[in-house]
Write a protein that binds this ligand. Structure first.
Ligand code: PLP
Length: 400
């Protein structure tokens, strides 16, 4: 009898975390490494939010709480949905977990049965397919390339839906591409979904506040209110509030689903950290102006990286609408050999050779389900990004 479960053999460890660890190892050996693989802002948690955490400790708010969130945080989340998304949810329609990741996991664990299909546009955030598999479902990925701006079209969505489809996973702005769906694009997808009432929408709005220029964020239940009774809107404080380590994510959706998710959480982790919940109340209720300041910095870095990568032979880098990632296409680099003698047959070969020969850590596209590409997280200093672009260009110019 094998000791490890069969389920485990169906999932991969997170490749983004693996790449970040590999870069950290090389750094520890004394190599000069620029890490562009981690998906978190390089800013500190704003002082007023950190202070709310300290206050929670000082005031003894350090005990177990209600499994899926304190009433004060649910109230703040409710106000956030009303303020930002024109969505009205009751507290009983809101769930708080240990990061957006746990909330998504709860939703899939609470709903998937063997044979259930989940449509995931590719490239996707690395965890979606593996979470679906862990929950016993079947991921159905749909390739969305450069030609459609890395976005799923209504025709592609229509073609992917079967009687077994349970969820459509939607993520805008996207990790790994930064592509965002405008109102009309989302409305067109919603029209398809209205024709298939058995399909639920799992929208991951984690990068809602990290958008640039003229792009205006919108979310499915806002664009098509008729979808609200079968939509779970997931969000969190990790990215916009630079709170990745605090581990607070949340979702809003129909009460029976929220109750089922709480049941899963009650038998795994129980409540998310009480201290972090109080800090999240301050994040959502407190001043929001620093988000625009951070976005101005991200926009500048985005432009720097897009320009730097487009100057590399064989690389095409579109301009993203949001998040802090770019996802350049490297078709022009495949089939060549690096200056260090590595044959570049895949984007994984490219990323490995780039790390070994130039000390730049990026994540290869196959990890996100669309190749040949790589993901750069530009949540690091301008100086590091400029140096990384110099090295990537040298690497690409050395390909023969
Ligand atoms: C698209 C997307 N969804 C969800 C998450 C998870 O966020 P959290 O840190 O709140 O668990 C991430 C984090 O990388 C993400 O990129």
């Amino acid at each position: 009898m094998p000791f490890l479960s069969d389920t485990l053999s169906r999932v991969q460890p997170s490749p983004t975390i693996a790449m970040t660890n590999k870069a950290a190892e090389l750094k520890a050996e004394g190599r000069d490494i620029i890490g562009l693989s981690a998906g978190e802002p390089d800013f500190d948690t704003p002082a007023h939010i950190a202070e709310a955490g300290r206050r929670a400790i000082a005031e003894g708010r350090t005990r177990y709480t209600a499994v899926d969130g304190i009433p004060e945080l649910k109230r703040a989340i409710r106000a956030k949905f009303a303020r930002d998304n024109d969505l009205d949810y009751a507290p009983s329609e809101i769930s708080v977990g240990t990061g957006g990741k746990q909330v998504l996991y709860n939703a899939l664990m609470a709903t998937l049965n063997p044979g259930d299909e989940v449509i995931i546009p590719a490239p996707y955030w690395v965890s979606y397919p593996d979470m679906v598999r862990l929950a016993g479902g079947t991921p159905v990925t749909v390739a969305c390339g450069l030609d459609t701006g890395f976005k799923i079209t209504p025709a592609q969505l229509e073609a992917a839906i079967t009687p077994a489809t349970k969820w459509f996973v939607f993520n805008s702005p996207s990790n790994p591409t930064g592509a965002g769906y405008g109102w009309e694009e989302l409305a067109a997808l919603a029209r398809v979904l209205l024709r298939h009432p058995h399909v639920w929408v799992l929208t991951d709005d984690m990068y809602e506040h990290l958008t640039f220029g003229d792009f205006r964020f919108c979310t499915p239940a806002q664009v098509e209110p008729a979808l609200k009774p079968r939509t779970l809107t997931v969000n969190g404080v990790s990215k916009a509030y630079a709170m990745t380590g605090w581990r607070i994510g949340y979702a809003a959706g129909p009460e029976p689903l929220i109750r089922a998710m709480a049941k899963v959480q009650s038998q795994s982790t129980s409540n998310p950290s009480s201290i972090s919940q109080w800090a999240a109340v301050e994040a959502l209720d407190g001043p929001q102006d620093f988000i625009a300041d951070n976005n101005a910095i991200f926009a500048r870095r985005r432009d720097l990286v897009v320009e730097g990568l487009n100057a590399c032979p064989g690389v095409t880098c579109p301009v993203p609408d949001g998040a802090f990632y770019v996802y350049p296409d490297i078709s022009g680099c495949i089939g060549k050999t690096s200056a260090g003698g590595t044959a570049i047959a895949t984007d994984e070969d490219f990323a490995t050779a780039l790390l070994e020969e130039e000390g730049v850590a990026v994540v290869f596209g196959a990890a996100f389900g669309l190749s040949p590409n790589f993901r750069v997280s530009y949540a690091t200093s301008d100086a590091m990004l400029s140096e990384a672009c110099v090295r990537i260009r040298r690497f690409c110019e050395g390909l023969r």
